[in-house]
Design a protein around this ligand. Structure first.
Ligand code: 4AD
Ligand code: MG
Length: 477
């Protein structure tokens, strides 16, 4: 007799036999039917207890949330809803669960309630499905890059630079918060700090990834990134995971091709490997949407949305074209946007991005060639002198999923850009070195992992696709 998972017992090629299984009780009905789950699949296995021959005291301890070890016969199910079930011969209670106190009752809980109980929320079908999909996507990402000749690189988490220049970094320090060492000018003396300089948690691994691309050719980093932006939205986290490939000798067109192929490939992977979880989430979303007014419902269900992305080309549109579309759009003319688009050069807000993908193009859109002054310092300046080789990929229901660019590989142009933005050369001497020693065209992008998980699971709040979300005023667990 071997120890198996519920997924194995429910698989098609299992032979009927004596089995042992451990898991948590989801429900216990009529003193007879246990729905048991061990996390290996969205489905529970039904275990039928012979209550007449089972100790009363044991029966009382079979409650929702309890951990149990069951030995019995795997047999064809008499009832409807499952092919096989276990006729229980013996049941051992490994860990009791007080049914009065256990927060995850067999009923519908709000996501807000489950966020407060994030340590137990993966005991629900929805969150276990989401987290299995998250794991699967992570694997698919490593698989894609490995199979396409990329090296995985671990970029540092503590850095001295603010790659995006947005000033939204978390400081890393061991200085005494109340009495930091001060310089003669009465400023905080970072020379006395742990690293002897000002340091912060990384906002992006890109700059370091560029150094490796310029020797190993094709690299990617997939790690945690930190941003102290005080935006309490359903799409922002203070700690999130980012996938950042960086490729030597690749221009912006190559970058777009890579991003599109990559995203289609990983989404296709979960379509093929996570069918049951997707079907469950698909149904969940459909039930949710039924509660909405017709106009707010999405025209496609979850699986069809994923398939649509996998099967269709992303629309490639320049920033300038996008501005024209937006300027002439109904919500702009009727002043329905919070930010009215008047002139070329305006930064796009999420309302504009969503209009483009959801109303106008109705598919993922790659916007490219943005005005230089609304993008980061490292992007390659175009011949027009006012736009840069940037690209953002916008997704229906999500908005910005990817941000990337061809990098400025010309030393003088880069130096000038840094000067204009007050970025000291000493700080990024090594980054400038890349432009001195064998500089070459290169490009890369960053994909926000949680936004991808949101898209693949149909979850609408980013807090529900990461185990323990960090957001302003919240770092529980
Ligand atoms: O557009 P961003 O800021 O680009 C970069 O950091 C580049 N250095 C990437 C590169 O070229 N290697 O961020 C990339 C993506 C965004 O498109 C978004 O999906 C996600 O990271 N992102 C966030 N996700 C969750 N919470 C936040 N606060 C995020 N900020 C960015
Ligand atoms: Mg961006």
């Amino acid at each position: 007799m071997t120890n198996r998972t519920v997924a194995q017992l429910l698989s098609d090629d299992i032979t009927l036999q004596e089995v042992e299984i451990k898991g948590w009780v989801r429900t216990f009905r009529a003193n007879r039917f246990i729905a048991l789950n061990d996390g290996s699949t969205i489905n529970n296995i039904q275990c039928v207890v012979d209550f007449e021959n089972t100790d009363e005291a044991i029966l009382k301890r079979i409650t929702t949330g309890a951990a149990v070890c069951i030995k019995g016969e795997l047999v064809e199910s008499q009832g409807k809803g499952q092919k096989v079930e276990i006729q229980v011969n013996s049941i051992e209670i490994l860990g009791d669960s007080d049914p009065e106190e256990y927060p995850i009752q067999p009923k519908k809980h709000t996501f807000e309630f489950l966020r407060e109980n994030a340590h137990l929320r993966t005991r629900t079908s929805t969150f276990s499905a989401v987290m299995r999909l998250r794991s699967s996507l992570s694997f698919a990402i490593h698989k894609y890059f490995t199979e396409n000749g990329f090296y995985n690189m671990h970029t540092p988490i503590i850095t001295g630079s603010d790659a995006e220049g947005a000033g939204e970094t978390f400081r890393v320090t061991t200085l005494d918060a109340k009495k930091p060492s001060l310089t003669e000018e009465a400023e905080v003396d970072y020379k006395e700090d742990f690293f002897g300089k000002e340091t912060n948690l990384t906002v992006s691994g890109q700059l370091e990834a560029e150094t490796y691309a310029m020797s190993l050719g094709k690299v990617y980093t997939f790690g945690p990134t930190f941003r102290a932006e005080n935006s309490n939205t359903t799409r922002h986290l203070a700690e999130f995971w980012m996938i950042e490939p960086e490729v030597a000798f690749m221009d912006l067109d190559g970058n777009m091709d890579l991003a599109e192929d990559f995203m289609k490939s990983v989404l296709n992977y979960v379509l093929e490997h996570n069918r049951e979880d997707l079907e469950f989430l698909d149904k969940r979303l459909a039930d949710e949407e039924k509660k909405l007014p017709q106009a707010q419902r999405s025209p496609m269900n979850l699986i069809d949305k994923i398939k649509f992305v996998v099967d269709n080309n992303f629309m490639r549109v320049s920033y300038t074209e996008a501005i024209d579309i937006l300027r002439n759009s109904k919500p702009n003319k009727k002043k329905k946007f919070n930010y009215i688009i008047e002139e070329w050069g305006a930064d796009l807000q999420s309302e504009h991005e969503r209009y483009l993908v959801e109303k106008h193009f109705k598919c993922p859109v790659i916007l490219f060639d943005y005005p230089a002054n609304i993008k980061a310092f490292y992007m390659r300046l175009n011949e027009d002198g006012k736009t840069v080789r940037a690209m953002d990929i916008l997704f229906p229901g999500i908005g910005e999923m990817v941000g990337g660019s061809q990098r400025e590989e010309r030393l003088e142009v880069l130096k000038e850009k840094m000067k204009a933005l007050d970025i000291p050369e000493e700080e990024l001497w090594w980054y400038l070195d890349l432009r001195k020693f064998g500089t070459a065209v290169h490009s890369g992008f960053g994909l926000g992992f949680e936004r991808l998980v949101m898209f693949a699971t149909g979850m609408s709040n980013i807090r529900d696709v990461i185990p323990y979300p960090r957001t302003p005023q919240n770092a529980e667990f």
